[in-house]
Write a protein that binds this ligand. Structure first.
Ligand code: 5AD
Ligand code: SF4
Length: 477
């Protein structure tokens, strides 16, 4: 039984407070050096990939601010550059390498500039090796496991001016008490767990982010409470697979229980979460979503493939039928739930008839939105060793069929909103002067409308008047 204040019998290591305190001392050292400069030094953090990386970048910015830097939004004039990288697909890695290469010109003009590479790519041995050899202008490389030691590394570079590589792999630990600089005042991320134990055969994440480990419920709930008090309206609980939350904690709080507890926190905010592995998405989770008024009626439930043989090869541990049963159980409780998903086309050995099972699954489920990817081999994963006979052209043709079908479904789903009134959170300005503001429905659909900028951060009722594949258009009622 979980009791507030009692120590947990957790299985994963927590970084001792003493070690975090030391990092804060390193922050103070760097700050003292920075205060001797004629101007406040600038730091730029560039983020690739998923929301977990966005959340990590908020910690990096927090540490940089504590070290006396001002955060800027471009490489221009930056004294420290941090590239927080993503390793999920080849394409993401190529972009990062291109951009790291381009930084050499800035460094030539300003040799005292410090360039840091962190995130998932930094945890891949072949990437660290390539940076060491071919990107001499990079000063610091550290993986997700060493994120909390960033102040120590930066200080070491200032004192010794040598390159620092901290990329040792590990199962991971939990670091609490790091400073955070949040990017927005309306929406916030709260990491509830790190790592992944699922080892889907195509995926690099478990290899670079370590084993599943949960933050303590008390700490998470305190963070949500503070965010609610500060006026945040939209709080997303993050984890590679949130449905595994708590398994390592040695207490009886699982993810649905954590959601219920978060729902009890007073305030005018919505709770979201991502990502959910279908094998662990239970009816109890759906019951809790249906019952808790602060939990948004939306779920991202990646299915990856509509074919059971391919799912088995992917090591997903559910069948097509089981996935469809989950969706039915969810919709029985929340009929208007917004359902989004991820799918991979061209997994090694997938035939076109097997791909057509993916097509038929999306026709059957009718997702509100779909994130579609062409399979990308990742070094060190089992799928990268599997025979992959299908041509690039055939994969691309299948991919295009999928995107076309989903675009039609997304448009039809959006058309059904026309004439309805949606209670939306205004979350920022858009690019189109005729519809200058952006808002989100409770299910996170984007709505463009015209209104005064003072509405940003407030809830409004919008009548939906028009739509496209990607967004809704509305007017204030
Ligand atoms: N190739 C293509 N897509 C991938 N994803 C993960 N690994 C790969 C890969 N090797 C996709 C999955 C996952 C999403 C975050 O990225 O669909 O859900
Ligand atoms: Fe990758 Fe699968 Fe873990 Fe998601 S659940 S991070 S796809 S291994």
């Amino acid at each position: 039984m979980y009791m507030e204040g009692l120590p947990l019998e957790r299985k994963t290591p927590v970084i001792p407070e003493e070690d975090i305190r030391k990092q804060k001392e390193f922050c103070a050292d760097v700050r003292a050096m920075n205060e001797r400069l004629p101007r406040v030094p600038l730091a730029w953090v560039d983020t690739y990939g998923c929301q977990q990386n966005e959340a990590d970048s908020e910690l990096i910015r927090g540490m940089l601010v504590e070290m006396g830097y001002e955060i800027t939004d471009s490489e221009k004039g930056a004294d420290v550059i941090v590239i927080n990288t993503c390793a999920i697909r080849e394409h993401a890695e190529q972009r990062v390498f291109g951009n790291i290469g381009a930084l050499v010109h800035g460094k030539r003009k300003n040799p005292s500039q410090i360039i840091c590479i962190c995130g998932c790519m930094a945890q891949e041995p072949h990437v660290a090796q390539r940076i060491r050899q071919s990107y001499q202008h990079v000063d610091l490389v550290f993986g997700p496991h060493a994120l909390w030691r960033f102040p120590e590394f930066l200080r070491r570079i200032y004192l010794r001016r040598g390159r620092v590589f901290e990329t040792e792999n590990s199962d991971g630990a939990i670091a609490e008490g790091l400073p955070v600089r949040r990017s927005g005042a309306i929406k916030a991320w709260v990491s509830i767990m790190y790592g992944c134990n699922n080892f889907c055969s195509y995926c690099i994440v478990p290899h670079v982010r370590g084993r599943e480990r949960s933050r303590e419920p008390e700490i998470i709930l305190r963070e949500i409470r503070e965010l609610a008090e500060q006026g945040y309206k939209d709080i997303t609980l993050l984890g590679q697979n949130v449905n595994s939350y708590g398994k390592d904690l040695g207490c009886d709080i699982d993810f649905p229980t954590l959601l219920e507890m978060a729902n009890d926190i007073p305030g005018d905010f919505l709770l979201r979460f991502m990502t959910s592995h279908p094998k662990d998405a239970t009816e109890r989770l759906f019951d809790v979503m249906a019952k808790c008024e602060k939990v948004a009626p939306v779920i991202h439930l990646p299915f990856q493939s509509g074919n059971t043989r391919v799912l088995r090869e992917m090591n997903r541990r559910y069948t097509r039928e089981q996935y469809l049963e989950k969706v039915a159980a969810l919709r029985a409780r929340i009929p208007n739930v917004v359902l989004t998903s991820d799918v991979i086309v061209g997994f090694p050995g997938e035939t076109t008839p097997e791909f057509e099972d993916t097509l038929s699954l999306i026709e059957q489920v009718r997702f509100d939105a779909l994130f579609t990817f062409i399979y990308s081999p990742r070094k060190g994963t089992p799928a990268a060793e599997m025979p992959d006979p299908m041509s690039k052209e055939e994969k691309a043709a299948n991919f295009n069929r999928l995107v076309e079908a989903q675009n039609r479904i997304s448009l039809e789903k959006h058309q059904a909103y026309i004439g309805t009134v949606q209670h939306c959170l205004v979350d920022g300005e858009g690019d189109d002067p005729r519809n200058n503001l952006n808002a989100r429905t409770p299910g996170n659909r984007l709505v463009h409308f015209n209104g005064d900028a003072s509405l940003i951060g407030r809830y409004v009722d919008l009548k939906i008047t028009d739509c496209s594949t990607w967004a809704l258009f509305g007017e204030l009622v």
